[in-house]
Design a protein around this ligand. Structure first.
Ligand SMILES: [Zn+2]
Ligand SMILES: [Zn+2]
Ligand SMILES: [Zn+2]
Length: 275
């Protein structure tokens, strides 16, 4: 299993357009980027690959990394930074299978699968496959399981991707608070690599209008607001899931410049070959 981090940033990316903060300037000086979230997973055993989320930066990500176009894709939720790159499929793909959850979201009265199908009804190459969370599916030679996470007000899913032959396992938290349900944690547990949402460090929770949640015994918030994990929350989740290796993703430019490029925060273009 070859994992390429196409996009490791939050919804504005780093550098952020029009921003001259120290972190965005440091990224420009280092020549690194955190574009909007997407992960490419190649199964070299069957010569197929799987895309997780359609970043608005799809085109530049594929030009930059020179990875094969995917045979199938998964959409975790319907926020802009995970879905709005789907239009790039037009005149590039002849056909593409897209998997998304089949549970009706009370907020939209549709499932993620239905929203994808409705919003992109004009994209003929797309075939949407409504997928039941916590029930494994087989795609690109992998066993893939969507797991519910917490990202109010929308339904959102993390996922586990396993190669049933080699035993390699990649877990992705999705956009989520630290409050990942126990049955989801069981599916995500013991990965070779965990990609965990860590939008900001915990000390920035004071700047959120409603602060942080899910504090440790020492009062350190593991959730920023309601939607995302703090760095400390993501690292706590990694520890609890017994992850062999962890990269923090969905990273915002609000990290102070002296913390923004420290381990284990990911930047675009990192590649991992899982055993
Ligand atoms: Zn900035
Ligand atoms: Zn989101
Ligand atoms: Zn997002």
């Amino acid at each position: 299993m070859r994992v390429t981090l196409l996009g490791t940033g939050d919804t504005t990316g780093t550098p952020t357009v029009g921003c001259d903060c120290d972190t965005c300037e440091a990224a420009r000086e280092r020549g690194v980027e955190r574009t909007r979230f997407s992960v490419h997973v190649e199964n070299e055993r069957v010569d197929e690959s799987l895309l997780i989320d359609f970043s608005p930066d799809f085109r530049s990500q594929f030009l930059r990394e020179d990875v094969p176009l995917p045979d199938a894709a998964i959409v975790t939720h319907i926020h802009f930074d995970h879905l709005d790159g789907m239009g790039n499929v037009f005149r590039v793909f002849d056909s593409l299978d897209v998997y998304a959850a089949d549970e009706t979201d009370p907020k939209t009265d549709k499932s993620v699968a239905e929203t994808v199908r409705d919003d992109y009804h004009y994209l003929e190459p797309i075939e949407v496959h409504p997928t039941t969370p916590l029930e494994p599916i087989h795609v690109a030679g992998f066993t893939v399981t969507l797991v519910p996470v917490e990202h109010p007000p929308l339904l959102c899913y993390g996922l586990a991707i396993e190669d049933p032959v080699t035993g390699s396992k990649l877990s992705i938290s999705g956009d989520t608070s630290y409050n990942v349900p126990e049955e989801s944690r069981e599916v995500l547990a013991d990965p070779d690599l965990l990609l965990a949402d860590a939008i900001v460090p915990a000390h920035l929770a004071d700047y959120h209008p409603i602060g942080g949640r899910h504090e440790t015994d020492d009062g350190v918030p593991r959730t920023f607001g309601t939607k995302h994990m703090t760095r400390e929350g993501a690292l706590a989740l990694a520890d609890e899931l017994n992850a062999e290796q962890t990269r923090l993703v969905h990273v915002a430019h609000y990290y102070p410049a002296d913390e923004a490029f420290e381990e284990p925060l990911a930047v675009d273009g990192e590649e991992f070959v899982l055993p």
